[in-house]
Design a protein. Sequence first.
Length: 226
Amino acid sequence: MKNVSLKTTLQSIFTCSKIPMLIKQYEEMCKSHAILYVSIILVFFVLVLILLAFSYTKRWELRYRWYVYRLRRKGYTPLDGQRFDYDFDAFVSYAEKDADFVKSQMITKLETEYGCHLCLHERDFRACEKIASNIISAIHTSNKTIVVLSPAYLKSHWCKYELHMANEEEHHQGRKVVVLLVLEKVKKRDLPAEVLEHYRKNTYIELPKQEENMETFWDALRESIS
């Protein structure tokens, strides 16, 4: 009995002496796991930030591609930039404040006198379609997009959307799409980069102040959408 008791006691002491070591090993294991978990969380966080940054910088291209995809799902095949059988000569992108110029002068001159076929949102957009889808469809089915630039244009959410989508069309189709018509001058510091590029390249048409120059202006605009 004494031998058994002694043996049990010695085993207990031996086991107790290992407890600090076991605790230390467990703590080290927990620390290594904690570092692993923190590393995984940090990597995931960095990947999310990269994805968000990429999505923001490519937001217009992603939107463009999404709506093009939706149009194709509906059976519409975008033109490849080399064909000339567009439904419209030009899609007119303008602010509501500038509607009088577009309706009373541009339509009269380009459609009535020159025989052009313009796409106007209040006349040619489909009522059953979303505005964004209508915009992409109008840009795709038009040879050019006339941007009627004014301070009111730059304040309009949908006008800026149309400008971005027209620029994406120009980039992806590899052809000139945007025709910048400066209706009212805007301070350069208020102009987005997409518009400034046209100013730098001098690829814009400005509404003349003198009436005697109007015929030259309309001829240039007609030529730019042909």
